[in-house]
Write a protein that binds this ligand. Structure first.
Ligand SMILES: [Cu+2]
Length: 363
């Protein structure tokens, strides 16, 4: 009813403006469909607020439901993003994944109900060499359908993982096989593309690295992948964090852990360190390194020619982006790497926490 009234008002407004401005301008004031600004059906008197969590679409209420499953198990390991073993079948590297719900520890005393690959957040690292033939078999033990998208990898369209477009969703209990030739070399990831705003926020993401066919002549001593994301934990329940009023995150994680539970990277003075930064949540994170400047050696998996490599100490990583950064750990000490949106270095509004980790440089 209210929606009808608002539509009526926008028509009146459009007609009024049409009388005094050129026709092309009137299109600018039309309300786009499904813009998330209309009240929910059960709140007929609520005021429409742009960016509020109210929606004209009743199905959008699913975003505010806690992450649940009838079979929430123990985590597959304490740390996520660990290398996944494969078996060779006729020259094909075969990896096996299970999508499953587990209790995932973000830090001491804080657990999330997470949707995971193989029981960890991030899921296991799939690391192969350029032009390898790769087969990934996924069994869906979640209570909801899912798919996998191979983010940045040049895969055939049929296995791009977009439900209803390139494949049917993988239903609970079903198994699906993805197969492709790994290319190009670089830092990539895989993640759910079904209800992505919920499933990715709930933990269904993992790193995917393709090493170059020609091994690097001077590989870095330390090569770490850091996946950055956000959570909303409220009343002991887990919600997918959204950039939306009422759904904002209150925990922030690097490889599934909030400081002080984030990993400390210990290196020797003089070591070359490569960090592969991946933002997989729905927020941008300007990551700042104390003590050292770094070079951006690859963007979204693609090498940056040396002459074009920017020298920085802060790099904003937007959702979906990857930046490989490298620096020489030339000074001993405990050096912080942290997000410079400083609310993101809190745990449930208490500092320090969230997106902080220590690079420990020893003599
Ligand atoms: Cu941040």
């Amino acid at each position: 009813m209210l929606m009808k009234r608002l539509n009526f008002l926008s028509v009146i407004l459009a007609l009024t403006l049409a009388a005094c401005v050129p026709a092309a301008s009137t299109t600018m004031i039309q309300t786009p469909p499904g813009n998330g600004s209309m009240p929910m059906n059960n709140q007929p008197n609520a005021t429409a607020t742009p960016g509020s969590m109210m929606s004209s679409n009743p199905e959008a209420a699913h975003m505010m439901q806690p992450i649940t499953a009838p079979n929430v198990g123990a985590p597959g390991a304490d740390q996520g993003g660990q290398p996944l073993d494969f078996r060779l079948e006729d020259g094909v590297k075969v990896f096996e994944l299970t999508a499953q719900a587990v209790k995932w520890k973000l830090m001491d005393g804080v657990e999330a109900t997470a949707y995971t690959y193989n029981g960890t957040v991030p899921g296991p690292l799939i690391r192969v060499t350029e032009s390898d033939r790769v087969r990934v078999i996924i069994k869906n033990e979640l209570p909801v359908p899912t798919t996998i998208h191979w983010h940045g990898v040049e895969v055939p369209n049929a296995i791009d993982g977009v439900p209803g477009m390139t494949q049917e969703p993988i239903q609970p209990g079903e198994t699906f096989t993805y197969e492709f030739t790994a290319k190009p070399a670089g830092t990539f990831m895989y993640h759910s593309h079904y209800d992505g705003d919920i499933q990715v926020g709930a933990g269904l993401y993992a790193p995917f690295i393709i090493d170059p066919r020609e091994p690097e002549s001077n590989p870095p001593v330390v090569d770490k992948t850091l996946m950055i994301s956000e959570w909303r934990i409220s009343g002991g329940r887990t919600y997918a964090a959204m950039p939306m009023s009422g759904s904002e995150p209150n925990f922030f994680t690097i490889n599934g852990k909030a400081f002080p539970s984030t990993e400390t990277i210990t290196v020797k003075k003089g070591d070359v360190v490569r960090l592969r930064l991946i933002a997989i949540g729905q927020f941008i994170h300007p990551m700042h390194l104390h003590g050292f400047s770094f070079k951006i050696v690859a963007t979204d998996g693609h090498p940056v020619p040396e002459i074009a490599q920017l020298t920085k100490d802060t790099i904003s990583v937007a959702p979906g982006e990857r930046y490989d950064i490298e620096f020489v750990a030339s000074e001993p000490g405990q050096w912080m790497l942290h997000c410079h949106i400083l609310h993101h270095t809190t745990n449930d509004n208490v500092e320090p926490g969230g997106l902080m980790m220590v690079i420990n440089v020893t003599e």
